[in-house]
Structure formats: structure tokens, C-alpha cells
Design a protein around this ligand. Sequence first.
Ligand SMILES: Cc1ncc(COP(=O)(O)O)c(C=O)c1O
Length: 482
Amino acid sequence: MPAIKFYDHEPIPVEMHKVKIVQQLHLLPADQRLVKMKEAGFNTFQLHNGDIFMDMLTDSGVNAMSDHMLAGMMTPDDAYAGSESFFRMRDKLEEIFGMKYCLPAHQGRACENILATRFVKPGSCVIMNYHFTTAKAHITRLGGHVEELVKDEGLVSQSDLPFKGDIDLDKLEACIEKEGADNVAFMRLEAGTNLIGGQPVSVQSFKDACAIARKHGILSVLDASLLQDNLYFIKIRDEERKDMSVREITREIADQFDMIYFSARKFGFARGGAILVRDEDLFHSMEDLVPMFEGFLTYGGMSVREIEAMTVGFDESMDMDVISHGPQFIKYCVDKLADYGVPMITPAGGLGAHVDASTFVSHIPQQEYPAGALVCAFYLCGGIRGMERGTLSEERNADGSERFASMELVRLALPRRVFTLSQVEYVIDRVKWVYDHRDMIGGLRFVHEPATLRFFTGKLEATSDWPEKLVAAYKADFGEDQ
Ligand SMILES: Cc1ncc(COP(=O)(O)O)c(C=O)c1O
């Protein structure tokens, strides 16, 4: 994207789109937010959207669609079998990724279900740079386990490493040796590594890791859900590839892999997903799972309208102007907060601004969910809904003990093309206020704890009256109506 230059203004990111449809927002007063937070069991997934001012929970399925995407939704081909909409999508994906076979699925985790069901057996290992919650849950559900081999530096919160999502090649070789190649169901590399702060993977790392997998006869799978952010970072951080087009970089990455899957709630800016397969036999070996779990092979549980929208969205994901918006806004937010002293994951990644909760609220022990408590504080003090990405998002060990996350993060997602810079400024302002009152924040404990993916539906309570005290301090500074 040609960063817009200024004459008499500090450089700021400028939107390369204009707004045509808007949704009204409401800011509930802090007292009411406290009531809503308690009703939601201190779990931001349980809040109602109407009670939220800035919804920064996720970038999933909430990105703004373009006029061309909406136009595509007006001309779908509605058919149970053989929809032309599906063939248009499949052809577009082949054009971009060079893989001929396409299994549609209703979202990313449905692709993960199909891959795990096909390849994971009790005792199997799946190698990853880093896990994603649903990917791991499907593997462990089937008796498999995950080995996370991201480089140690990827887990250091403040750094200037450009590609913190890179897998450690020595660890990869050692893991294959330990597990035995036959026991490795597949290697899954995640672009724009979600749970460590939306951090990108370098092309070299994709290439080296896939070469090792190939040498050992291990299938390689790319999770391309956050590929668009990863592509932006390659374009601006990889000196060797700065003159390549986004499409050329995409193809260079895709060419390394046997399979690619993605959530089109992210990649494609709509709602859906697909698995792309290079080899015909491999494709046929998974084919029956689509009608069983998703729907017929030419819609995979998706509406044909969404299929048309995402087909346009895939092209837009290859446009540097479009894919620059998120990362530039995130960097703006991260840099301003880091300058103020707020511990942020740096360098800024994709998907959202990530706050390092283990430093922000270092007084809260990990068993009282520091990131879970901080995300609630952001809602109480500003109506901002983020997502906990720490110990709460983990599952307990088999013996019932806590599995402590290697990073305690609060994610403030920036869905693509949705927020304006003044709204981002508001968030920065409120996060600074919370930072200056961080000692008032206390811990959380479960009152209802589901065994699987507990962060979605679990209910918690505060370990003291800290939420009441925090809201009182907030009202003293901002008044009753904020
Ligand atoms: C990297 C990654 N993979 C897979 C998924 C799962 O996709 P979905 O939410 O569409 O099921 C997500 C969702 O956030 C993701 O970020």
C-alpha cells in the first residue's frame, strides 16, 4: 500500500476505503456494564453485542464486506448439487493457490475436524509451529497430541524479531526423531500465528519446514486463515520479496504444502471455509467426510451467497491496499500504548493489538486468570470487548491440574475495514486509564467450568469486590454516563 504522506501532520494510517453502510453503536454507562459483566459470568463471549461499544473480540466473520462482495451475493447459483457458485470459488482458489481439489466446509474448525478425523489416531502426534484452540481440541478429542515447536524467541513478548511465528528446525528434526515419522499425522503450520499475537511466519521457514516434512514422508498442512496479514508482513519485512507481488508470494508459500485449509471468516472476509488438496487420491480419501459433517460437496454447509462473497474476498486478500489496513491500524495502536509503557506484544502483529497481561497485572497469579481478569476490566472501563488468550483458553491436564499458558494475552482484535482511527484512539485512551489503575484489578475463579473449550461457555466470578471498586474509580474520573 502506498502509505499516504502528510505535509503538516504526524504520519497516521489512512483508510483506503469509504464507509457506505453503518451500524449504530451504544455506550452503556459503567454501572450497567458491571451488571452485564456479572450476568455474563466474567466471560466476554457471554456478553450480548448490544451491550458493547467496541467489539474487539475477534476478526472472525465480522470483517466489513466490500461493495463488490455484496454485489456477488446478489447473483448466486442456488443448488444442492453442482452449484456454479462453488465452481467459481474452486477455480478462484486454484488460480491463487495452485491446488486443484477443494473440499468446502462451513468454517475453519470444520476443516480441522475433517483433517483430524481422517489422519489422527490414538497416540498420533501433530506437529505445529503453535496450536490454535479448535485445531488442538479436534486432535486431542481423537486421542492425538500436539507438539508446538515455535522458536523460543516467538514466545518473548517484547522483541524486534520480524517473523516470530517461525518453527524451530532443530526442534522439528528432534521431534520427528522422538515420535517416529510414521506416528506424525501431519505437520500444521499456521500463518499469522494467532495465539502468540498474530505473528507472521517467514517464507524461508515455510520452505525449510516443509522440506524436512517431505524428507520424512510427513504431510504438510498450511492453516491460511490469517494468511493475508502474514502476506503483508512478508511484503514489508522480507527484503528478498519486497518486489514480488502478493500473488507471487502466496504461490511461493502454497507450493510448499500438500494441503491448505482456511477459515473464510478471516481469509476471504465472509463466512465459510475450505480444504485445498494437491493430490487427487488424498482428496478422495477425505471426500466422504464433507457430506457426513458439512453438506454436499458443492456447498459444504455454506450459503451460496457467502460463497460468492468470499470468491470476491479472495481476490481482495491479494490486494496490498486491502490487507494493509488491519496491520497498520494495529501498529498505530500498539506503538502508542507501548510508548505509554503498556506492555504490548511487539512487534505489532496481525489480527489485533495484543496486551501482555502477565506484565500488565503481574500481581494476579496465573491460577486466577490474569488475562481473563484484564479483559473484563477493559469492558468495565470503556465498553471494549476483547478476548482472553491465556490459561483460560487452555484445557486442563488429564489429572485435572491447570495447564498454564506460555503467554497470558488480551487480544483487542481489529476486524478488517470496520473501525475508524478515532475509535482506535478511544481504545488507546481507555487502555491507558486501566493501566494507570491496574493495581485495582483482581483475579477470577470458575463457578461453572466445561471440560472442553471452557473459554467459550464457562462462567466465573471475581475473587473480591475489585470490579465494584474499579467501576467507582472510573465513574469518579468520567462521570455517571460513560
Ligand atoms: C488460525 C486459525 N485457524 C483456525 C480458526 C478456526 O476458524 P473458525 O473460527 O472459522 O472455525 C481460527 C479462528 O479464529 C484461526 O484464527
